[in-house]
Design a protein around this ligand. Structure first.
Ligand code: HEM
Length: 200
């Protein structure tokens, strides 16, 4: 689950850097990048791995959570005294929110490419610009980006811990990077949505 999570953590900066081209007034560079991503064979392999990784990550997460619930079907009578952070306790819920977001997101973009939803797959630039003109989509996307930040914050540091990379000096550094990553990546996605909504 940790390796699958780290793969997804690497995917997001790549996705964000391509999305930055949405801010240009000329649609060509974004559309060319989207076309390249959809047609270049190496990236096609990456896409298959990405989807497998999402399925593995989600299935392991649900399995782990069910095991946790079954291990203690009756809740503790006294209040919660575990030192774990609230981020970790809500991982299943923030994860479910990110998955729900992904399904909506696929309806908005990826399913157009597959021909399942109406739209021009050669002009994702206009699809994105039109989508973020609709206030309700902005509210949903922005809300999901906040939950994505919570999920990423815990995911980042716990993935390293799961892999046994616990170190007196490096663990605090990883924790700082986790904070920076969990704030910067969702903020980047959110900034693009807000700019397309309010300023374009
Ligand atoms: C402003 C926010 C976002 C915009 C405008 C956006 C835009 C897009 C577009 C245009 C595509 C289709 C690319 C193609 O098929 O060629 C896409 C695919 C995808 N997006 Fe996003 N995205 C955003 C945020 C996110 C976030 C936060 C996640 C993850 C939590 C995400 C995950 C994905 C995935 C998994 C795909 C399918 C990958 C693929 O096509 O191979 N996106 N997105």
């Amino acid at each position: 689950m940790a390796i699958a999570g780290l793969f997804l953590i690497l995917f997001l900066p790549l996705h964000l850097s391509i999305n930055l081209m949405l801010l240009k007034s000329d649609p060509d560079s974004f559309n060319k990048a989207a076309h390249f991503m959809a047609s270049f064979p190496v990236i096609k392999v990456f896409e298959v791995i990405l989807f497998l990784v999402i399925i593995i990550h989600v299935s392991c997460g649900i399995w782990l959570q069910i095991e946790n619930w079954m291990a203690r079907p009756v809740r503790y009578a006294s209040g919660e005294k575990s030192p774990t952070t609230s981020f970790s306790k809500f991982m299943i819920w923030t994860g479910a929110a990110v998955l729900t977001f992904l399904i909506l997101h696929f309806f908005n973009f990826y399913f157009i490419r597959l021909g399942l939803v109406e739209g021009n797959p050669e002009d994702f630039y206009s699809v994105a610009h039109n989508l973020f003109k609709i206030p309700s989509y902005n509210y949903i996307y922005l809300f999901c980006f906040v939950l994505l930040g919570f999920h990423l914050h815990h995911a980042f540091s716990s993935a390293f811990q799961t892999l046994g990379l616990n170190h007196r000096i490096w663990t605090p550094v990883i924790k700082v990077i986790a904070w920076v990553y969990a704030i910067a990546i969702p903020s980047g996605f959110a900034a693009i949505a807000i700019i397309l909504w309010q300023f374009r």
